[in-house]
Design a protein around this ligand. Structure first.
Ligand SMILES: *Cc1c(COP(=O)(O)O)cnc(C)c1O
Length: 239
């Protein structure tokens, strides 16, 4: 094994262990939580290493970087998740490699994703991004819709050809009432998710938790955690 492979393997084992311990503490089955490794800023070679170590779900947040990386890894048995703020002019590219978009946060994006998914002939799983720092009618600092806009946007996704409503995503807010309180934020997301599932029972993905707060997310009921730094190392520069 190369030293990079050894490093990633050790980090991955530690993260998997954290998830297992958080599941135990919460009385949840380990199989209820899926690890998505966020590979942004890291090269395709690292994605290849991850695949060799059994990772099947990877995420990216910028199409300019993700498109070529996904193409370079096309033969690997991976599912690609798009988790960044998404411009409508990038949608045609994103639907070619992404199986899930976690950052659906406006009706115009739903329309664009639907048209692109149909044109590409690939069904796309969509998660509505919830901004727990946004007031009614606003979007969040890092994308997402205010909680009271989740229902209508989810209905639009569910009604759109080519799209499947898979669930909800959030990022623990840096501002507002949930700043510094990831556990409370993720519990709020879980409440919004149970309300959503009254009308959309199959929309059961709850995407929450990153390197710093994945334990809180698992405790609050997350089904998918998105972990970058803890597996691949600290990214150069701020993203
Ligand atoms: C970068 C990123 C992550 C992973 O963050 P880490 O702190 O590196 O684990 C998760 N979700 C989104 C939306 C991201 O952009």
């Amino acid at each position: 094994m190369s030293s990079r492979t050894e490093e990633i393997a050790a980090n991955l084992a530690a993260v998997r262990d954290r998830i297992a311990r958080a599941c135990d503490a919460a009385g949840r089955d380990r199989g209820e939580v899926t690890l998505i490794v966020v590979t942004k800023t890291y090269p395709a070679e690292d994605v290849r290493v991850l695949s060799g170590l059994g990772v099947r779900q990877v995420a990216e947040n910028r199409d300019q970087e993700a498109g070529p990386k996904a193409a370079a890894c096309a033969e690997l048995p991976l599912s690609w998740h798009f988790v960044g703020q998404l411009q409508t002019n990038k949608v045609r590219s994103v639907v070619r490699y992404a199986d899930h978009v976690h950052s659906v946060d406006r009706p115009r994006l739903v329309t664009a994703l639907s048209a692109a998914a149909l044109a590409a002939g690939r069904p796309l799983g969509c998660l509505v991004q919830v901004a727990l720092d946004a007031e009614s009618g606003d979007r969040g600092e890092r994308g997402g819709v205010a909680p009271d806009a989740v229902g209508p946007l989810a209905d639009a996704v569910a009604a759109a050809d080519g799209l499947r409503l898979d669930g909800l995503m959030t990022v623990a807010p840096l501002a507002g009432p949930y700043a510094g309180q990831p556990r409370a934020a993720f519990e709020r997301l879980a409440e919004i998710s149970s309300r959503l599932r009254e009308t959309h029972p199959a929309a059961n993905m709850v995407s929450a938790g990153m390197s710093r707060d994945l334990d809180d997310a698992v405790a609050a009921g997350a089904t998918h955690v998105r972990v970058g730094t803890a597996v691949l190392g600290v990214r150069p520069g701020l993203r």
